[in-house]
Design a protein around this ligand. Structure first.
Ligand code: SAM
Ligand code: GLN
Length: 271
């Protein structure tokens, strides 16, 4: 079989399962060969070994069955950065780029010096903030695999970040006084939600937070209630808005929309 034939077969297998079967087929080929898309196109007429085409077609089948493309290519894009990603770690979403914008605006306007990203996953938020500000950045997670990957992403991209393992505010409690801003995209999906097959391949403790999706929030705000004079910027699910309104008990709350017009973020300035 030629590379062209393998590409055509892969594309055909992915049509119906993907909106852009051609691009995805090329990305899988590129992940297996290590060649750029351009090089693959130039080598289209070359014959390839059966063992190689089998490896490609196995991955294409996985993708067809709903396995996320990013876990196959081991790459994802966030805030103009290419991050490494792997199964077992949450894949950053485009909505969260707006959360980064909100954080960067606050850092600039309020001259903030130290921030922490709680539940950093691949490190997406922490890395984007560290590379676009002069802040001292801390990042935490309960997931060891996520922390190792986030560390790798930070190193590759030259972002200086202090990584700490632990739940909620526990890892930063010893120096919480110096933290000006807490940012987080926590798990907020309801256990009753019907998620697509590819999302269910992601670590479930990164997504689900009890029946109403608020389990993380309830514990987090118990801990937050002891703090004074800090900024908190977080992502939530649009149907949780009424609950988020109650945060005005702690201070001034403002809400923000994502790129799709859905209410998705709040900024709380604790009194
Ligand atoms: N911040 C990343 C992003 O936006 O791509 C990952 C977000 S993912 C929705 C939530 C992350 O929070 C996961 O990496 C998960 O391991 C972590 N997490 C879940 N519960 C946590 C807790 N109690 N304390 C700290 N991190 C937690
Ligand atoms: N928006 C994510 C989804 O696709 C959930 C993100 C989260 O729980 N923080 O389900």
């Amino acid at each position: 079989m030629t590379l062209r034939e393998l590409y055509s077969l892969s594309k055909k297998m992915l049509s119906g399962a993907s909106d852009s079967p051609g691009t995805e087929a090329l990305l899988v080929l590129s992940a297996v060969t290590g060649l750029t898309k351009e090089r693959i196109l130039l080598s289209f007429e070359e014959q390839i070994e059966d063992e190689f085409s089998k490896r490609v077609l196995d991955l294409v089948q996985l993708r067809h069955d709903g396995f996320p493309l990013q876990y196959i290519t081991k790459k994802c894009h966030f805030y103009g950065l290419e991050l490494c990603i792997e199964q077992g770690v949450f894949i950053p979403r485009i909505e969260t780029e707006v959360l980064v914008d909100l954080v960067l605006e606050l850092i600039e306007r309020e001259k903030l010096k130290t921030i922490v990203d709680i539940g950093t996953g691949s490190g997406a938020i922490a890395v984007a903030v560290a590379l676009n500000s002069n802040c001292e950045v801390y990042a935490t997670d309960i997931n060891e695999k996520a922390l190792l990957l986030a560390q790798k992403n930070a190193q590759r991209l030259g972002a200086k970040i202090n990584f700490l393992k632990g739940a909620f505010l526990e890892p930063v409690r010893p120096f919480i006084d110096k933290i000006d801003l807490i940012v987080s995209n926590p798990p907020y999906v309801s256990t009753n939600a019907t998620l697509s097959k590819d999302v269910l391949e992601e670590p479930l403790d990164a997504l689900f937070a009890g029946e109403d999706g608020l389990d993380f929030y309830r514990q987090f705000f118990k801990e937050i209630s002891l703090l004074e004079n800090k900024h908190v910027v977080m992502e939530f699910s649009p149907e949780q808005r009424d609950w988020m309104e109650k945060l005005s008990f702690f201070g001034k709350v403002s809400f923000f929309h994502d790129q799709f017009g859905k209410i998705r973020f709040f900024h709380l300035k604790i009194k």
